[in-house]
Design a binder for this molecule. Structure first.
Ligand code: SF4
Length: 497
């Protein structure tokens, strides 16, 4: 592996080592672009799944799109396992390598051969080739692949864990690359007509993987403005990319689509941040969209008058009386926190694994004005510390946070499976949120009973040996480990000084 010392590799190989190797192997420009688009935060390694899962899933969900991964077999195993666990029902292509094919450049030749073999226009519009950590660090030059073969577009992307902090942002890496390609096609001449194209419609493109009922709900909010629902990025087929570019404005509902925003702006489309959550959020969002799309103020006022009472009614019907902490890596955490506060909840903390961008700025300001601490690029440790300090009635969070909360007797809910699997925007979002909070917070007393019932069971040292003798440690084991720890701490301290 060119420039890569033996033993260095992947998520556990050290970010600096991998980045230095990638730069030495000719990927400086790609690494700088990733660093600009996805700035790092307090933790320097993904604390969730492999980031490449985000872009892999975007490709797998698109019609007539083939996916090829280039990376270590263990990474590809994990990624294909996860994608099938989430119901991909699509093959993932893989070009394997060994040290020799990596060093000699044969891997690139193998990828090119695979792409040529797969480029059948009767089956595919596009083939996505993804460099994972090791091929990126070794400089496998996907940009030298043909741009298209037999009319099938070839998209090569680098999605290394040491350059893309979250799987959420990896969705943007692929979406941005596809929008860039589609924009160049549209600028060069006529392109295929998008499936739901309506002549003369003034549409709004949505950015973010949304709950399926949300886009039609947003369409209903847009209709009184004389605007229609456009494509949602990530798109489900290639032609939708042209529809996404052909909008009067775009809504960055998930605020981390930096590369996609760049392409929309290059196409001359204004981009609006935040989203239509709660009464105040929806009012501000309608005004922002109206301004961006040149809709007259009276029409915006009429749209607000038509929608806001319904949201107010839904929020007032089931007020939320609870203290809630929110954390996640989806990108919608700030919007969820806004909605909860408008519904009556006290939300002292919201942590998101995503970076701070101008598209979530209105939400950050609103939340902080309502006594909520906003932590961008939040680490698991920060989320857990906030939960312990706030002692919430309900913690919304990622799997490890929910696990920790339950151990401590705090009712908790998975953000991805439960909160993101419900409508969030407009009246439907307002109605759904109160329901889940009420159902979960009522379980607090049951949780405390469970904690006292299971007291001491399953805690690390004695776990699993309730009815037999616990095996004895090998002689001197603990002392040896203690000394090793001390020596390591001293060595680290010496490096730091
Ligand atoms: S590709 Fe993903 S799983 Fe493999 S080393 Fe990189 S971050 Fe880890």
């Amino acid at each position: 592996m060119d420039g890569l010392p033996p033993g260095a590799g992947g998520c556990h190989g050290g970010r600096e080592t991998m980045q230095a190797a990638a730069r030495a192997a000719g990927k400086s420009e790609a690494m700088e672009r990733l660093a600009r688009d996805y700035p790092r935060g307090p933790h320097d390694q993904p604390q969730s799944m492999c980031p490449a899962f985000g872009s892999l899933r975007v490709g797998l969900r698109m019609k007539r799109t083939a996916t090829i991964l280039s990376g270590s077999a263990c990474c590809v195993y994990g990624l294909t396992f996860t994608s099938h666990f989430y119901g991909a029902r699509r093959s993932v292509g893989y070009v394997p390598f060994n040290s020799e094919t990596l060093v000699t450049g044969k891997l690139f030749e193998d990828i090119r051969e695979a792409v040529h073999a797969m480029a059948k226009p009767e089956e595919y519009d596009a083939i996505v080739v993804t460099n994972l950590c090791v091929p990126t660090a070794s400089g496998v030059p996907l940009d030298l692949l043909p741009r298209e073969i037999n009319g099938v577009r070839i998209i090569g992307i680098d999605v290394p864990g040491f350059g893309v902090p979250t799987h959420a942002e990896a969705k943007d890496v692929l979406s941005g690359a596809m929008l860039r390609y589609a924009r160049a096609e549209a600028e060069a001449g006529p392109v295929a007509r998008p499936a739901r194209h309506v002549e003369g419609a003034r549409s709004v493109t949505l950015l973010g993987e949304l709950f399926p009922a949300d886009p039609p709900g947003i369409g209903a909010l847009l209709a009184p403005l004389g605007l229609s629902l456009g494509a949602t990025v990530p798109t489900r087929e290639w032609r939708d990319l042209y529809a996404a570019l052909d909008c009067v404005a775009a809504a960055a509902l998930h605020p981390f689509y930096t590369a996609s925003v760049r392409e929309l702006q290059a196409a001359g489309r204004p981009v609006v941040g935040s989203g239509p959550v709660g009464v105040e959020g929806t009012a501000a969002w309608l005004e922002g969209i109206g301004r961006a799309a040149g809709v007259e103020a009276a029409r915006v006022d009429a749209a607000k008058a038509r929608t806001l009472p319904a949201i107010q009614g839904a929020l007032g019907a089931k007020p939320v009386k609870a203290r809630i902490t929110v954390s996640g890596y989806e990108g919608s955490e700030l919007l969820v926190a806004r909605l909860l506060i408008e519904a009556g909840a006290e939300v002292p903390y919201v942590g998101t694994a995503c970076p701070r961008t101008e598209w979530s700025e209105p939400d950050r300001q609103w939340l902080e004005a309502h006594g909520c601490h906003v932590q961008y690029r939040a680490s698991l440790e920060q989320d857990i510390a906030a939960m312990r300090e706030a002692k919430p009635d309900l913690a919304l969070g990622t799997t490890p946070l929910v696990q920790k909360a339950k151990e401590e007797g705090t009712p908790a809910l998975y953000f991805t499976n439960m909160v993101s699997a419900r409508p969030l925007f407009g009246p439907a979002g307002a109605a759904s949120m109160a329901g889940i909070v009420a159902a979960q917070t009522s379980g607090r007393e049951r949780f405390s009973r469970m904690v006292s019932f299971f007291e001491g069971v399953g805690t690390p040292d004695g776990a699993g040996y309730g009815f037999r003798d616990k095996p004895a440690d090998p002689p001197g084991f603990r002392e040896r480990i203690r000394k090793q720890r001390l020596a390591r701490a001293k060595a680290e301290e010496a490096v730091g000084t």
